[in-house]
Design a protein around this ligand. Structure first.
Ligand SMILES: [Zn+2]
Ligand SMILES: [Zn+2]
Length: 266
C-alpha cells in the first residue's frame, strides 16, 4: 500500500523553515511518498501581526515556488495548500485568501489563544507560568471548535498543540474533545495525524490516542502530515502514525484535490 500523502509542510517564506519546495519534493521521493502538499503558514491581514509567516504580498511567490516543484517533479503529486491561522474575527480574510488561488485544501490551525499569545511559541514559554493550564486548553479547544464550525477548512491541524512543551491539565478534557470532534464531523472536516509532536518535548503525535479514539468513534476522517520545516523531516515517523491509526481502528484516510475529498485505504 502506498504511504499516505504528507499533507503538511512549510517553505522558507514563513521565516522559520529551511529548504525550497523542490528540496522537500526530492526528499519525498527518497522516502517513497507519491503525494505531498505544501501548507505554509498563511499571511495575516496585517503583516505586523507576528513574524513567523509570509507577508501578504508573498502569496504569489509561494504559489510559484510550489508550481516550480510541480514542474520539476512530475512523477510526484504536489498539492497547493495553506496552513491558515484561525483567530476569531478573521473569517472574511480567510475567505479572501481562498479566492486568490486554486487551493487544494486549507488546514485550519489554532496557535493563538489570544491576539498576542501563540501557545507553541518557544519565545513565550514564560506565559504558561501566568496561566492556568486547563484554562488555556479550554480556550484552545473552544477556538478549534469554532474553526471547524466556520466550514472554511478541509483539515484541522495538530489538534492538541498546547501539549507541545508538556503542559497538560490534570482535569478531564474529554468534554472539550467531544465538542470539537462533534463540530468537526458535522462540518465535514478531517483531523491530521501530525508527527511533529514526536520531535517536541511532548514526544507524542498530535493528537493524542484518546482524541484519535474519540475521532474514530465519531467517524471523523484523518490525514497525515509531518509539519516539515526542513526537507529531512518530510514523511518523518509516518510508520508510527499509521500504526497509531490502525491501532484505534482506522482503515481509511482522506486526501484533498481542488478542495474535494478522496478516500483511500491505509
Ligand atoms: Zn511553522
Ligand atoms: Zn501549526
Amino acid at each position: 500500500m502506498p504511504l499516505p500523502p504528507d499533507c503538511h509542510m512549510h517553505t522558507p517564506l514563513c521565516k522559520h523553515a529551511s529548504g525550497e519546495p523542490v528540496d522537500y519534493a526530492r526528499r519525498a521521493l527518497e522516502v517513497g511518498l507519491t503525494e505531498i502538499g505544501f501548507s505554509d503558514h498563511s499571511p495575516m491581514a496585517r503583516d505586523d501581526f507576528d513574524d513567523w509567516r509570509m507577508f501578504s504580498n508573498q502569496l504569489d511567490e509561494y504559489v510559484e515556488k510550489v508550481r516550480k516543484a510541480q514542474r520539476d517533479f512530475p512523477q510526484l503529486t504536489i498539492r497547493l495548500a495553506l496552513e491558515v491561522d484561525f483567530v476569531p474575527g478573521h473569517e472574511q480574510w480567510i475567505r479572501d485568501l481562498a479566492a486568490r488561488h486554486p487551493w487544494d485544501y486549507f488546514i485550519g490551525s489554532v496557535h493563538y489563544v489570544s491576539d498576542n499569545w501563540a501557545v507553541d511559541s518557544p519565545f513565550k514559554l514564560s506565559e504558561w507560568k501566568h496561566r492556568d493550564t486547563f484554562e488555556v486548553w479550554s480556550v484552545y479547544f473552544e477556538r478549534l471548535t469554532m474553526a471547524a464550525e466556520t466550514g472554511l477548512f478541509e483539515i484541522i491541524g495538530h489538534a492538541d498543540l498546547p501539549k507541545k512543551f508538556g503542559h497538560r491539565p490534570t482535569q478531564d478534557c474529554t468534554p472539550l474533545y467531544e465538542s470539537f470532534l462533534d463540530a468537526t464531523k458535522k462540518h465535514n472536516c478531517a483531523i491530521e495525524l501530525n508527527t511533529a509532536g514526536l520531535r517536541k518535548d511532548c514526544r507524542e503525535i498530535y493528537p493524542s490516542r484518546q482524541i484519535l479514539e474519540l475521532a474514530f468513534q465519531k467517524g471523523v476522517p484523518i490525514t497525515f502530515g509531518s509539519d516539515a520545516h526542513a526537507p529531512n523531516e518530510v514523511g518523518m515517523n509516518f510508520a508510527e502514525a499509521i500504526s497509531l491509526a490502525h491501532a484505534v481502528g482506522y482503515r481509511q484516510r482522506v486526501q484533498f484535490a481542488g478542495r474535494q475529498r478522496q478516500v483511500s485505504a491505509i
